[in-house]
Design a protein around this ligand. Structure first.
Ligand SMILES: Cc1cc2nc3c(=O)[nH]c(=O)nc-3n(C[C@H](O)[C@H](O)[C@H](O)COP(=O)(O)OP(=O)(O)OC[C@H]3O[C@@H](n4cnc5c(N)ncnc54)[C@H](O)[C@@H]3O)c2cc1C
Length: 513
């Protein structure tokens, strides 16, 4: 079986041996030799994506051949075998990633945000790649010349040694690597889930494990906001914490093990809700029919208007001020950006342990929505300075944030400060713009569900049933909302996971209505 072809067979070696090799710049590289009792495969076996390696017999060999479909069925039913195979597939993929043994070469520069975006996209999708840094690697120019690429066209992705993608968007990379190959977009799904953050992945695991035909659509990569967290310390069952990337990778494999299909780098642009089955439209214009839809599209935290901010996410720029973040800045100066309640709470909380808190507000004062008690505490604290008309204009540092520059918009003065921690508390915006009025939203644009829907909401939405909406059901029967995108959700991984799983039990009821 050749690298680049969809993985359709699984082999168990019974006699002789098979070699596992991959193409490399030097020709071919031997990865391992499988002998009697050993088997082929890594994560591509479950995802159905093109394989990264070639298997071949170099001596007389005997194998048991099983089709991918049979293997997936086996994994879902036989738990002992499932454990052995899942562990081996994930560890083999981790090994390929650690050794940079993929079918992708990324040529870029650590100073380019496009390079960082692609690195993040490949990493968060668990796809191994080799990285060549234009600034450091002397051999890179040869490679660029070979593909007639000029320096200003980087980042460049060389996909499977042949296609050269200049400045590609994530969707082009996904297409080139076959991330979504073999997914039937015309079939009516029991449930389509929009968003593969913790809420969407939890819904997918429960839905698929309970026999539903589940398709997940994700703009970027599995994991959502949680995937960008360096360590989640408060998620039940992980006493020493787990990185968001690890949690997302496990949840993604778990969803696929039960037969969920996940389309990557596919943004949903519209929900067609005027008749059943519903249809979810994606950016290339395709329409995916669905009997039920779970909206798990989360939120986007408002960011600073500084180009390289995302580079410091979790490395000096934070979106929450809990005990965990406070511990990393004990005795140091910190900046809190924002004038609302969350910024006020963060400033007061951090002032307990930080040396000094600079509260940066773009307007002429704290928001009138900020609670009186917070304003009083801020005024009374010698450790908090409110800097009005002030905005961050630059963030600097190598791997972590080291220096921040802010500007006073009234005086025009720019001040650089050696401050290593910025808390961005400027609110979150729900990803609901694509819903086009299909479901009722609250004043801040979050989706209203279940008991939060008033009689007036239901009348306006022409609620057609005698029963009231189920918990987590929107103003349109059969459309559910879970996780951060839902009004009243507490914005935690555990809450998102819990809601994703609960919604599935109501999907079953709706499908039988
Ligand atoms: C840096 C950081 C650290 C955090 N740390 C913690 C922590 O330690 N503990 C904790 O409990 N919580 C933490 N949180 C909060 C937690 O991550 C969120 O509450 C949780 O991720 C919400 O999950 P979700 O699935 O509802 O939404 P999200 O995680 O926001 O996922 C939504 C997904 O939907 C996708 N999407 C959006 N729009 C579309 C569309 N139109 N089409 C297709 N896909 C779409 C997005 O790309 C995303 O992948 C943290 C958040 C951040 C940002």
């Amino acid at each position: 079986m050749k690298a680049g072809a969809r993985v359709e067979q699984f082999f168990v070696v019974t006699a002789g041996s098979i070699e596992i090799v991959r193409k490399s710049a030097a020709g071919e590289e031997l990865i391992t030799v499988e002998r009697p009792g050993q088997f082929s495969g890594e994560v591509s076996m479950l995802t159905g994506r093109p394989g990264l390696v070639t298997f071949r017999a170099v001596e007389a060999a005997e194998v048991i051949e099983i089709s991918r479909d049979q293997l997936v069925a086996l994994v879902q039913t036989g738990s002992e075998l499932s454990d052995i195979l899942m562990r081996a597939f994930i560890l083999r993929r981790a090994n390929l990633i650690a050794r940079g043994m993929g079918d992708v070469v990324l040529v870029g520069s650590t100073h380019s945000s496009g390079t960082l975006r692609i690195k993040e996209f490949l990493t968060r999708n668990g796809h191994p790649y080799t990285y060549m840094d234009l600034d450091k690697d002397t051999g890179v120019q040869d490679l660029l010349d070979r593909f007639r690429v000029t320096e200003d066209e980087v980042p460049v992705v060389i996909c499977r040694g042949s296609s050269v993608l200049r400045h590609p968007i994530n969707g082009e990379i996904a297409d080139c690597l076959g991330f979504n190959d073999g997914i039937d977009q015309t079939k009516i799904r029991d449930v389509v889930i929009v968003g593969a953050g913790p809420a969407g992945l939890a819904a997918a695991v429960y839905g698929a494990s309970e026999g539903l035909d589940v398709l997940v659509l994700e703009t970027n990569a599995p994991g959502g906001q949680a995937g960008s967290s360096s360590k989640i310390e408060n998620y039940l069952g992980f006493p020493t914490g787990i990185s968001g990337q690890d949690l997302a990778a496990r949840a993604y494999s778990q969803a696929q093990k039960f037969g969920t299909q996940v389309m990557i780098a596919k943004r949903v642009t519209r929900l067609s809700c005027d008749r059943k089955p519903f249809a979810v439209e994606i950016e290339d214009g395709s329409r995916i029919p669905a009997r039920a839809v779970i909206i798990a599209s989360g939120v986007k935290y408002r960011q600073l208007s500084v180009d390289n901010q995302s580079r410091f996410d979790c490395a000096g720029v934070y979106y929450g001020a809990t005990f965990v973040e406070a511990q990393v800045c004990v005795g140091e100066d910190v900046i809190v950006v924002g004038g609302g309640n969350s910024a006020g709470q963060a400033a007061v909380f951090l002032a307990q342990t930080a040396r000094h808190v600079h509260l940066l507000v773009r307007s002429r004062g704290l928001a009138c929505s900020m609670s009186r008690y917070l304003i009083r505490r801020i005024d009374e604290s010698p450790k908090i300075t409110v800097r009005t008309h002030t905005e961050i204009i630059a963030l600097d540092g190598d791997e972590c944030l080291e220096r921040v520059s802010w500007r006073n918009s009234q005086t025009g003065t720019v001040e650089p400060h050696d401050i290593r921690h910025v808390f961005v508390m400027t609110g979150a915006v729900p990803n609901t713009h694509w819903l086009g009025g299909c479901v009722a939203l609250d004043g801040a644009g979050f989706i209203k569900t279940g008991p939060d829907l008033t009689a007036e909401d239901l009348t306006t939405a022409h609620w057609p049933l005698a029963r009231p909406p189920h918990l987590l059901e929107t103003s349109l029967p059969g459309i559910f909302a879970v996780g951060d995108v839902r009004g009243g959700n507490v914005k935690r991984v555990a809450a998102a996971v819990g809601e994703g799983s609960i919604a599935v039990s109501f999907v079953h009821r709706v499908l039988h209505e």
